[in-house]
Design a protein around this ligand. Structure first.
Ligand code: SME
Length: 162
């Protein structure tokens, strides 16, 4: 069985990494690169941001192959997360009807809502080529990393973008 990632150590490293800035672009770029580097067996990590008229998600900072853009609300795992504002943990995306296959290598996905002061700004999408890559510990650990990111970052300018 795969070992759980050392999320508490990763959280301390993230805190040091985000120390110097509260800018959404700087921190979201650092965050996606950091998760991609620190967590094993991933092929894509990145943010999609809600456009001001709340019709679609627009691609933000990411690591991995060029990705689908934009994503209509309700479409795919990211669009479902945006509608429900709940984390989506999918063991095998090939079993979903409503999946956007940006990269046919992606098999499992963890998509978390990015919420600050009760405002939904977008999603953090984490993909793996391995089916069932994410368990409940990964979901909880990554949720804590995202909470840290939200506490340290001013997301308000995103509402006026795209
Ligand atoms: N697979 C995602 C789309 C985004 S990419 O994988 C980068 C989805 O179904 O939401």
């Amino acid at each position: 069985m795969q070992q759980t990632e050392p999320y508490s150590l990763i959280g301390k490293q993230l805190s040091a990494l985000l120390e110097g800035s509260n800018h959404w672009l700087t921190n979201s770029s650092q965050m996606s690169a950091f998760i991609f580097q620190q967590i094993k067996e991933l092929n894509w990590v990145g943010f999609y941001w809600l456009n001001p008229s709340k019709e679609r998600l627009e691609l933000g900072s990411f690591q991995g192959n060029p990705a689908c853009n934009p994503i209509p609300l309700g479409k795919g795992v990211c669009g479902t997360c945006a509608i429900t504002q709940e984390t989506q943990r999918i063991d095998d995306v090939t079993c979903l009807d409503n999946h956007i296959a940006c990269d046919p290598n992606s098999r499992s996905e963890l998509v978390l809502p990015v919420i600050q002061n009760n405002v939904f700004y977008g999603v953090l999408d984490i993909d793996s080529p391995k089916p069932k890559r994410f368990n409940a510990d990964d979901q909880a650990g990554i949720a804590l990393l995202l909470e840290q990111f939200c506490q340290k970052t001013d997301l308000t300018p995103i509402s006026a973008l795209f």
